[in-house]
Design a protein around this ligand. Sequence first.
Ligand code: S5P
Length: 454
Amino acid sequence: MKTEYFILRLHDIGAIKFGEFTLKSGHKSPFYFDLRDMISHPEILSGVANLLVDQIQDLDFDYISGVPYTALPIATLVADILDKPLIYIRKEEKAYGTKNNIIGKFEKGEKCLIIDDLITTGESLLETAEKFKNEGLEIVDFSVIIDRSNNIEQYLNKSGYKLHSLIKLDKIIEVLKENNRISNDQKIKIKNFTNKISYKNKTGKNLENHLTKLLKEKIKAKKSNLILSLDVDNQKDFFNILEKTARQIVMLKTHIDILNDFDADFITRLKEYSIKYDFLIFEDRKFADIGNTVRKQYQGGIYKIKNWAHFITVHAIPGEGILQGLFDNVENRACFLLAKMSSKGNLMNETYTRKVFEIGEKYADVVSGYICHANSKEELRKLKNKIPNGQLMLVPGVKLQAGNDSVGQQYTTVEDAMQGGADCIIVGRGITDAENSEAAAKEYHERAWKVYKG
Ligand code: S5P
């Protein structure tokens, strides 16, 4: 069966529908895919199995798996044709008996290819892969029938996976239009819709403010994703470490109120360093009060943060007023919102994080991105996928080895942070407490950049 014919048959049986459908996200979509009924049409089912076989037969794997329910019968046919053993994961975790969540026999350390019917955000495939990996299997390849995502391959690649998709949404539209199954109007509507809701960009705009652009350009120019968090309590140590590490960093993060010998000269010197070594300045003040108070804290007091910090951190907990208080009538300044902290037991649940992204999207002119931490690259990837297009993800709680400190800090590795989609990593004690801070900064810098550049 040819792909074109397969697309037309899917349309015939109502697996591809056009009209107005409300998605889980609340968006109204002009099209809808549901491949469950393919099992009622043996010639389509075996046709798609053969197309998948053509696509994957040269890949290196020991087992085939299908994500229940829709992809499981298809994976069964593919496994039969290729004479490979089939395994799959129960949809509901077993609460009793042998806690065996994989059905079928397998050897740890062997490779499994996963088949699914559709891919949009990649979240469910990544979750499935993680479950297999927890059981000791190696996962490299995903095979999907319809890819309706917006460039999900590149994200999966960064997490170490390869996506093989049979058809993309553009191809479906093209074939159906050529065969007069959809009108030009419908075609335009579908295109507009997919541009509008790429899986991580609800408004369709590239939400890149002037400061975001500047940071992105600096990342490229310095070939560095490293933000140093220089949390020491005196100027001597501060500038000693800065002198040794400044070449490696794209941005310096301060906690100005930690210094016990702060004076106005400190800011003059800091600015000189920032120009000489070409890094941006980021004061991690974590503002969290009503608009009127934060405005005074930001612009006044002894630190006058607004005058020297390109970026600040802000908690969205007080609501939008905090951003109005901070940035109304302020130019050339932006912030990062705390979306998911690294400290153990923090109260930022999924709903909170989502609302932070919503506020950040609305105020994208002053919000350059988000501070997000998670203990695995998969969890981080999920966060990254929800961040509006153009905004950045900075990941704190990063060390060469995962672990904790004694007061709640949790660390993930440089590789996990970067593979999870970090634009920058924030590193403090991993560098400042190292015997040789220069060498440590170099190592963090190089390891992060290696993943970033792919
Ligand atoms: O969730 C967070 C957010 C931030 S900004 N977790 C954090 O650790 N940070 C900051 O990153 C924290 O205040 C500190 O300055 C730095 C991490 O330091 P480290 O020594 O644990 O690497």
